[in-house]
Design a protein around this ligand. Structure first.
Ligand SMILES: Cc1ncc(COP(=O)(O)O)c(C=O)c1O
Length: 390
């Protein structure tokens, strides 16, 4: 039996090798803002989701250090629910203008937990084709019928919602799509969900902190509330600069998650240090300093897109901090990423199965912490490697 599994692993490894789809990890040994030492070389990081630079912000670091203990010691329902967690859930609900919040150890786990807790056989979960893997996996785990509509196609979503479920229907979408950087048509999806009496769940991993009034995210930016979007995911590993996640929204639904969501029940609570740091990050995001960081981020996005379009780079239609340069083949994307690295820029190549076949890309991400000169430097390097490659 063990041999069978090992043989299967070996075959799958050989296939990945042949297709140039081996994934490797680089080691970051030091970080100074967007500069980091990677495998012994200093690079400028243009592939992190730390959009506001909060992972190294002094007030966030201070809150982390001041928390009473590093480990929570148990799950939330046993004895791991500390004052830091209580304060963070309250801060999240207030910031997001929702009835309630519940913490999870990661966004991936939260999406599995929510869909598994809410859906069952006979229910239908309708999702955008480019939704994050955790939403797809969550629907599979729930045992419901999963229907995926073409990216951003509200009409197709409507047809799928209408095409009958014996049970409940849930419409799930990313707010900002992680590999394309574009935004879901939330106003139209909310209207559709209302008409079809479906629950709307928005994964706002890449919108929270950077979009909308007080950085509340893409739901607030679309002028929607808990009435329209009953549950939303906020992750702490991106603009909030830490790790972990929360689901916020309707109080009854959150109570159901607390009682039944296996991904919340059977796992150790987030470290209190992380809860304290996240609360400090939210305070910063809501402050004038947070607003200034968002203005800076927007200026950086505009500088990059303007320069990239002048260079004729194949950008996707994104106005967010995620600015993918479409390449096509895996080999070319890897070669370009490597050539950028030789020039001192870290831009990850994203290949299938993370993105559809034939759409490998350089996923450039901007941060408020980048300087204009650093962005211009990246554009210059992109121009050099791009014109060498084509
Ligand atoms: C859209 C989206 N949802 C969920 C996740 C998972 O969040 P986490 O990294 O906290 O597990 C990510 C990040 O990888 C993401 O991009």
């Amino acid at each position: 039996m063990q041999r069978l599994l090992k043989d299967r692993c070996a075959v799958s490894h050989a296939q990945r090798l042949a297709a140039q789809r081996i994934r490797t990890r680089k080691t970051v040994s030091q970080r100074q803002g967007v500069r980091c030492e990677v495998d012994g070389r200093w690079l400028l990081n243009f592939c992190s989701n730390d959009y506001l630079g909060l992972s190294q912000h002094p007030s966030v670091l201070a809150a982390f250090k001041e928390a009473a203990c590093t480990g929570s010691g148990a799950s939330h329902l046993v004895c791991g629910h500390t004052a830091e967690h209580v304060a963070l859930e309250a801060a999240l609900a207030r910031w997001q203008q929702t009835s309630r919040a519940q913490l999870f150890s990661s966004g991936y786990v939260a999406n599995l937990a929510v869909l598994q807790a809410l859906l069952e056989k006979g229910d239908v979960c309708v999702q955008d084709k480019l939704n994050h893997a955790s939403l797809i996996d969550g629907a599979r785990l729930a045992g419901c019928t999963l229907k995926r509509y073409p990216h951003l196609d509200v009409e197709a979503a409507a047809r799928q919602l209408r095409s009958g479920a014996e049970g409940a229907t849930l419409l799930a979408t990313d707010g900002v799509f992680s590999m394309d950087g574009d935004s879901a048509p939330l106003t139209a999806l909310a209207r559709l969900a209302r008409e079809q009496a479906a629950l709307l769940y928005v994964d706002d991993a890449h919108g929270a902190g950077v979009m909308g009034d007080a950085g509340r995210g893409s739901i607030a930016a679309a002028g929607l509330t808990e009435q329209d979007v009953q549950l939303r995911l906020i992750t702490f590993g991106k603009a909030l600069g830490g790790a972990g996640a929360a689901v916020v929204g309707d109080a009854e639904l959150i109570e159901h998650l607390l009682q039944t969501a296996r991904g919340g029940i059977y796992t150790t609570a987030l470290p209190p240090t992380q809860a304290a740091a996240t609360q400090a990050a939210i305070a910063l995001i809501e402050s004038d300093a947070g607003a200034a960081l968002r203005v800076q981020l927007q200026a950086n996005i505009t500088r990059f897109t303007t320069g990239a379009l002048q260079l004729g780079l194949a950008l996707l239609p994104s106005t967010t901090a995620i600015q993918p340069v479409l390449v096509g083949s895996d080999e070319q994307a890897l070669a370009l990423s490597m050539a950028l690295e030789q020039r001192g820029y870290w831009v990850a190549a994203i290949r299938p199965p993370t993105v559809p076949e034939g759409s490998a890309r350089l996923r450039v991400t901007l941060s408020a912490a980048h300087t204009p000169a650093q962005i211009d430097g990246l554009l210059q390097a992109l121009a050099e490697v791009h014109f060498c490659a084509y």
